[in-house]
Design a protein around this ligand. Structure first.
Ligand code: ADP
Ligand code: MG
Length: 631
């Protein structure tokens, strides 16, 4: 074997492999070039998800005639003046995008610089150059890329459906639009509905752009962040912990205006939300870091999606500190989850700690047992907690006293997983005396407080059950069993429910319609921006269809398109269970409460809900006595 230098053609193809992974990467490079050229208006058009056509038009500075041929040469850039890789102020600097695209697709670039009498065009197809030749073009630059990967057909195999590739293009444009509010973006094509983000100006430009891209829903459920530490500034909007998603795709980070998906930043975000968000939920954020370009290395990754900070701890500390501050200021707005962490501190007042005593729910030990290890001071948390003293004067006549009202009927009309049938319930209830029920691990239901918690009396203490968390687990376990065994019975909706969703979500759901049908959910696209749901899994009863469909779309976005839903049944079941369970806030009758307790005792894993939170906690009488200083 002799060593020889690779041809330019081969080198470009290799570079292209790193820079251009899919149509969305081409769009990213071309739009970044337009932004670097100072464009005020950028139009992106695609066909077949960008596989056969991508066209990007800008009104930027254009390329002078004598430099057009150079622009498509490898390692030619106008952006790195002093060869200083550590002071990068533009989006591009590697001079790789255009030659890479020209090596694997049909590239045509037409541009007119102010100093030229007319425009010029150049073509590169599979690495072969043609031009420049005179052309007519009003101003700015137009780049057209046709037949991506025609020169390297092996890469075509790795592309996803037109819909999925088109959605990835949308995502790229959304990201860049967020970072450049003063630029007008238009996205159109035969494969999509046209979207325009009008140029925003003034003090609130960023907020206006975020509302355009993310929806007003997000802006209303977010708080502004603005903090500076040692010359590093963090600003943007952070979603309230209640405004969460099933995946992390709605976390947008920008470093000096460059969209990044950086592990360090993602981890910092997780840290900031850790106390206030369920483990498997993800916040929605649009955050910008601005710092001296010398403090960050963007030349880590060919597509520049990762960055490296000189002082990573500083950046992490800034993010975690600033966001926690925002949540603290948001007070009660920061959601019920915040209340939960307050409760946790109350619990740890007399428990060994949140993880202590978490035992597997089997063989007579049910879930979480908290036991007192030290006398607790009468903490303010305890006084502020929503629990009122129980009325001890009720007769033990077999009917548990209920603080809340009785009359609310369960949903009827179909067999739901809700509760055992009313007859069976009444029977079980009457036939089992309070004392007997008290001897059960989860005791006899005595009261429901705040329409959310069941308080039951056990032989040696009391148990507090979070009814939603508990029921969710029960529904989940049953649903899993049903899905695995016999498939899911469906119930038709009298009127299909129309759920409006972003186009990409509609596309994702539509692609999986057949699989979703197998798990009991029948839906179809209803125009480009909505889904019509016709049937739902019967065992879920009346559910929040909108919430379910949105969460499923989030799930799908996160999974690879080759993942079959059936392989992710547990996850689908968990998402469905969450939407099909007794909500906190529903009043339960005494027999319903007891039925729930009995079912929890009989169901595996019922000590934790699907989000990993405990479904119940117990207080031993001796703990209570200690609390009151009786011991
Ligand atoms: P880079 O952006 O890293 O410099 P590219 O291959 O993307 O490398 O582009 C090469 C050069 O072509 C750029 O440095 C710039 O001078 C010029 N160029 C590319 N696109 C445009 C555009 N839309 N408007 C003006 N100049 C452009
Ligand atoms: Mg570039």
């Amino acid at each position: 074997m002799t060593i020889r230098q690779l041809s330019d053609h081969a080198i470009n193809q290799i570079a292209a492999g790193e820079v251009i992974e899919r149509p969305a990467s081409v769009v990213k490079e071309l739009v970044e070039n337009a932004l670097d050229a100072g464009a005020a208006r950028i139009c992106v058009a695609t066909a077949t998800g960008g596989k056969t056509l991508i066209r990007v038009d800008d009104d930027g500075c254009g390329i002078p005639a004598d430099q057009l041929a150079l622009a498509v040469e490898r390692h030619c850039t106008s952006k790195l003046s002093e060869d200083d890789l550590f002071d990068i102020r533009s989006l591009g600097f590697r001079g790789e995008a255009l030659p890479s695209i020209g090596a694997i697709a049909r590239l045509a670039m037409t541009s007119r610089h102010a100093s030229d009498a007319h425009a010029w065009a150049i073509r590169v197809e599979g690495g072969r150059k043609d031009g420049p030749s005179p052309a007519s073009h009003a101003g700015g630059t137009q780049v057209e890329v046709r037949d991506l990967f025609f020169a390297t057909p092996a890469r075509l195999k790795f592309l996803k459906s037109d819909r999925a590739e088109g959605a990835a293009v949308t995502d790229v444009v959304r990201r860049l639009a967020l970072a450049n509010p003063s630029v007008r973006f238009e996205l159109s094509g035969s494969d999509r509905q046209a979207t325009t983000f009008a140029a925003a100006s003034g003090e609130r430009a960023l907020e206006a752009r975020i509302a355009q891209v993310m929806g007003t829903d997000f802006v209303e459920n977010a708080r502004p962040v603005d903090a500076v530490r040692e010359g590093v500034r963090l600003h943007g909007l952070a979603g309230l912990p209640t405004f969460h998603k099933a995946n992390s795709l709605s976390q947008f980070f920008f470093v000096n205006g460059r969209p990044v998906r950086d592990k360090l930043l993602m981890a910092a975000l997780r840290g900031a939300y850790a106390d206030v968000l369920a483990r498997d939920r993800h916040p929605v954020t649009v955050l910008f870091l601005e710092l001296d370009p010398r403090q960050v290395d963007v030349n880590v990754h060919p597509a520049k999606a990762d960055v490296r900070f000189r002082d990573a701890q500083l950046v992490r500390g800034l993010i975690v500190g600033a966001l926690r501050q925002v949540f603290a200021e948001a007070g009660h707005l920061a959601s019920s989850h915040t209340a939960r962490s307050a409760m946790a501190s109350f619990s740890t007042g007399f428990a060994a700690g949140p993880s202590a005593g978490l035992r597997p729910a089997s063989g007579g030990t049910y879930g979480y047992q908290r036991s007192a290890t030290s006398p607790a001071p009468a903490s303010t948390d305890w006084r502020a907690s929503p629990f009122r003293p129980l009325d001890d004067g009720e007769a033990d006549d077999g009917g548990a006293p209920v603080i809340s009202g009785f009359g609310e009927a369960t949903q009827a009309g179909f067999e739901t997983l809700d509760m055992p049938s009313a007859d069976a319930r009444a029977h079980a209830h009457a036939s089992e005396a309070t004392e007997e029920r008290q001897s059960r691990p989860l005791g006899a239901a005595r009261a429901q407080v705040h329409a959310t918690y069941i308080i039951s009396q056990t032989e040696d203490g009391l148990v507090i059950v979070d009814q939603h968390a508990a029921h969710e687990r029960l529904v989940y376990e049953r649903l899993k069993a049903a899905l695995a065994e016999r498939g899911v019975a469906r119930q038709g909706l009298l009127i299909p429910e129309i759920v409006e969703l972003p186009q990409e979500d509609v596309a994702r759901l539509a692609e999986r319609a057949e699989e979703l049908e197998a798990v009991g959910l029948v839906l179809e696209p209803f125009g480009p921006g909505a889904i019509a749901v016709r049937e739902t899994p019967a065992m879920l009863g009346q559910i929040d269809i909108r919430g379910l469909v949105t969460d499923l779309a989030d799930d799908l976005a996160e999974w690879d398109s080759s993942t079959r839903l059936r392989e992710r049944l547990d996850h689908v079941a968990a998402t469905m269970a969450c939407h099909g369970s007794v909500r906190a806030g529903r009043r339960l009758r005494p027999e319903e409460m007891d039925a729930l307790l009995r079912e929890m005792e009989a169901t595996p894993n019922s000590g934790q809900c699907n989000h990993g939170r405990p479904t119940w906690i117990s207080l031993k009488l001796s703990d209570i006595e200690r609390l009151f200083g009786r011991k």
